[in-house]
Design a protein around this ligand. Structure first.
Ligand code: NAD
Ligand code: GLY
Length: 370
């Protein structure tokens, strides 16, 4: 891996920030933080898996510039991203008498990033935070764009805020310890940008997915840089998702139904659900006559080649209507109407809010087997 550091700017007026992508960024995190924001103290939030693997390098980076720190270690996994853990975390931070000039720092995957973001939005009515994403999914998606949330018993990501980080440090070395299944899940959110509006990037993914997953050469850097640049462009155009940002939900309405049905647990990772959902979005688009069938087949073939799931496990007894009901609880429902991201071809995704209910039911029945 080369020693260069790439920087992508997320242009949001006074809330603009840099996403830095490279090796050994944790060891130099203190210098990078002080360059954008004078601070005396950093509240580091992480999970126990990531702490064991990468916290020491971050601590060295903060020590190097005399930044004081307190560390809060959460249990790993989606079940930590809830009200109860958020309340306990805020209480623990408050016990250290934080001041507005202090900074929160998320060291971990999307779970830690999302929860730390909400904590930063709420603490003292809003403090700055820094993202140090350690999963591929978090580097290419969740750490950029300012969506923060926790889950409630009513559903996932239902309580949160738009709160942009001040800096994002994507240390590519952290990905070397990520289990292959988690890497593949993050890859689904990476290739998504090609499917949305960048057919050249999709072609690059077809040629380089194996290198991205294996960590060969500079493939991961190229993939993370391209994904972050795409996300930065879309977020800068539509920070609050009133338009083009909705395209980032490609595969998510279909995928969300499967996640809900499998309990948002380890049986089906978010990125895996998105992979199935993207394949479904293209096949449904082809069925509706919107997208050429060979394009849909090419999407499925590529996702299959990476080892991502692309089909519903019919052994699980999914039912079309139950899945459609789950789609109705998605945050993207407007006036009771489902919104889908469909495609007129690879790199030609669009927002469809007038999907025919009977066509959807027929498609889902064929998918689920009943
Ligand atoms: P995660 O944070 O649960 O991380 C996955 C697993 O990998 C965890 O067990 C974690 O401990 C472990 N891990 C993390 N980094 C590691 C490393 N470097 N080496 C070894 N193990 C490591 O999950 P995720 O996939 O990163 O994120 C999923 C979450 O992100 C979901 O809650 C989802 O809702 C959210 N999300 C948010 C946005 C957004 O825009 N805010 C976008 C997409 C997803
Ligand atoms: N992950 C979707 C978004 O940030 O809008």
């Amino acid at each position: 891996m080369s020693a260069a550091v790439d920087t992508v700017r997320v242009a949001l007026d006074q809330r603009s920030y840099d996403v830095r992508i490279g090796a050994h960024l944790l060891e130099t995190a203190g210098t990078a933080i002080l360059a954008v924001r004078p601070a005396k103290r950093v509240f580091v939030v992480t999970d126990s898996t990531v702490a064991a693997l990468h916290l020491a390098r971050l601590e060295a980076g903060l020590d190097a510039v005399g930044l004081r720190r307190e560390v809060f270690v959460q249990p790993p996994g989606e079940t930590s991203k809830d009200w109860a853990h958020l309340g306990t975390l805020l209480d623990a931070i408050l016990a250290h008498r934080p001041e507005r000039g202090d900074i929160l720092l998320a060291l971990g995957g999307g779970v830690i990033g999302d929860m730390t973001g909400v904590a930063a939005a709420l603490l003292l009515r809003g403090v700055d935070f820094v993202q140090c994403p350690t999963t591929l999914l978090a580097q290419v998606d969740s750490s950029v764009g300012g969506k923060t949330a926790v889950n409630t018993r009513h559903g996932k990501n239902l309580v949160g805020a738009f709160h942009q980080p001040r800096l994002v440090l994507c240390d590519l070395g952290t990905l070397d310890t990520l289990p292959p299944r988690e890497l593949r899940a993050g890859y689904a959110e990476t290739v998504k940008y090609g499917l949305i509006d960048d057919p050249a990037f999709f072609a690059w993914c077809e040629a380089n997915a194996a290198a991205v997953l294996a960590g060969t050469g500079d493939a991961r850097r190229t993939a993370v840089r391209a994904a972050v640049a795409a996300k930065a462009r879309i977020v800068a155009a539509d920070e609050r998702e009133s338009g083009v940002r909705a395209l980032l939900n490609l595969g998510h309405t279909f995928g969300h139904a499967l996640e809900a049905e499998t309990g948002f647990g380890p049986d089906l990772l978010h990125g895996e659900a998105v992979a199935i959902g993207m394949r479904q979005a293209f096949d449904f688009s082809a069925k509706l006559g919107l997208c050429a069938a060979p394009d849909a087949a090419r999407v499925a073939a590529h996702l299959d080649a990476t080892g991502l799931p692309t089909r519903l496990d019919t052994q699980r007894g999914f039912a079309a209507q139950t899945l459609i009901d789950h789609m109705g609880h998605d945050k993207k429902v407007r006036d009771g109407k489902l919104t889908f991201i469909l495609a007129r071809g690879i790199g030609k995704a669009f927002v469809a809010s007038d999907v025919d209910g009977a066509a959807l039911h027929g498609f889902m029945t064929a998918e689920a087997g009943r």
